[in-house]
Design a binder for this molecule. Structure first.
Ligand SMILES: Nc1ncnc2c1ncn2[C@@H]1O[C@H](COP(=O)(O)OP(=O)(O)O)[C@@H](O)[C@H]1O
Ligand SMILES: [Mg+2]
Length: 235
């Protein structure tokens, strides 16, 4: 029997209003993602990839349509409710890591846990140690971002994304700024989070090699999912 999808977008549109003009980066989009799936989203610049990730991650609300993650109707939540939901359910990995430069790797990973006042200091220490160990950086906890390589910074950012044990990880071009070897390590790590830890991963990438690490590849064009990208069809 087919799994119930973990993420469901039903007729999702997003319109931004800028003065008198409007931009609609997503237009009546339908998408289902299974629990434990590793999905790669590709598409030209401006095709709505980051917009879609932000909706799935609960950073923004759709203008119309329904967006369910598990049993939660994200389209019905207010901004503060979305923030609370996100803290426990979704980790976000960015192209340029977004680590806080004055904090150590350990403190960066600990940051999301400080929102949960029910956690003791000992619980926090255990979770941070376990996340840093999972990304292979047990020995770099006291390093600041400037003392780490790009690949290591991204591994710290992944540790930060998983430290609160969310089921969902979204990643926006996570290997876009990395050399090939570091990119390979990051992709292997994301694959392992999916296959061994049951995470559902939605990753935006321009790189077909990176997309090859996923279980499924989808292409966005002009705010809609297409089976074959235009660039391929016209050649
Ligand atoms: N906050 C915003 N306000 C207005 N327009 C936006 C905003 N975010 C994105 N857009 C517009 O939506 C379109 C899609 O953007 P985006 O989702 O970032 O594309 P991609 O990630 O595929 O490059 C672009 O035309 C962009 O200018
Ligand atoms: Mg983008």
């Amino acid at each position: 029997m087919k799994n119930k999808p973990y993420i469901r977008c039903l007729g999702v549109s997003k319109t931004y209003y800028k003065g008198k003009s409007t931009v609609t980066p997503l237009n009546a989009l339908d998408l289902e993602i299974d629990p434990g799936e590793f999905l790669a989203l590709m598409g030209p610049s401006g095709s709505g990839k980051t917009t879609l990730l932000n909706l799935i991650a609960g950073i923004d609300n759709p203008t119309t349509g329904e967006l369910w993650v598990g049993e939660t109707p994200l389209h019905k939540l207010s901004p503060p409710e979305l923030t609370r939901w996100r803290a426990g359910h979704c980790g976000y990995v960015f192209q340029l890591y977004h680590l806080v430069p004055i904090l150590t790797a350990w403190e960066n990973v600990e940051l999301p846990l400080l929102l949960d006042r029910s956690l003791s200091a000992a619980d926090r220490r255990r979770k941070v140690a376990s996340a840093l160990s999972l990304v292979g950086l047990d020995d770099r906890g006291d390093h600041r971002p400037s003392e780490l390589s790009g690949g290591q910074e991204q591994r710290v950012a992944i540790a930060r994304a998983i430290v609160a044990n969310p089921k969902l990880i979204v990643a926006d071009e996570p290997t876009g700024d990395l050399d090939r070897q570091s990119a390979t390590q990051i992709l292997a790590l994301l694959s392992r989070l999916c296959s061994e830890h049951g995470k559902t991963i939605v990753m935006v990438t321009h790189d077909p090699r990176a997309a090859g690490a996923a279980n499924r590849i989808l292409h966005l064009e002009k705010g809609q999912l297409v089976t074959e990208p235009e660039a391929v069809l016209t050649h």
